[in-house]
Design a protein around this ligand. Sequence first.
Ligand code: 5GP
Length: 164
Amino acid sequence: SGMRENLSYEQFGVAVRELAQTIADDGYQPDVVLSIARGGVFVAGGLAYALDCKNIHLVNVEFYTGVGTTLEMPVMLAPVPNAIDFTDKKVLIADDVADTGKTLKLVRDFCLDAVAEVRSAVIYEKTQSLVKCEYVWRRTDEWINFPWSVQPPVVRRDGQVLDA
Ligand code: 5GP
C-alpha cells in the first residue's frame, strides 16, 4: 500500500475536542481516564481536560517494534496499575489507534473484572480491530503518522551520546 494518513498537532487538537464532544453527548462521564502509553497519553490528557475528569491513570503496553511489525502478543510492562483503583469506577480507556485491537483488548480485559463500566476512545480505528471502540474519531486502514512519533528522537547537537 504505502499510503499514509498524516495527523498534525493542529488536527490532533480538533480531533480530541470532537471526540470528547461525542463522549459528552453520549452522556458518559468517566471517573478515570486510563491511558495506554505512550501514544494514548496525548489523547488521555486532552480528553480528561475536555471532559473535566481530574483522574488519569497510565498503563504501558509494548507491541509494535516498527511500521507494521509487532511482537507476537502485546504485553503490559511494569508497573501494572492496581485494579483496586478502578473498583466501581467508570473508566474511559484512551489510545491513539485501535489497529489489530489486541492492545485495547488486553487493557479492557484487565479492567473488566474490577470496574463498574469500561468504554474505549481512540482517534483512529481500523477495520480489522477485534475491539470495537465506543468512541472513534476517524476510520482508516492506512498506517497513521502521529505528530509525536513521526520524527525520530532528538540527538544532542554536540554529537555526544550518554550510553554508547
Ligand atoms: P493494536 O494492538 O491495536 O494493533 O495497536 C495498538 C498500538 O500500536 C497503538 O497504540 C500504536 O502505538 C501502534 N499502532 C498501531 N497502528 C499504528 C499506526 O497506523 N500508526 C502508528 N503510528 N502506530 C500504530
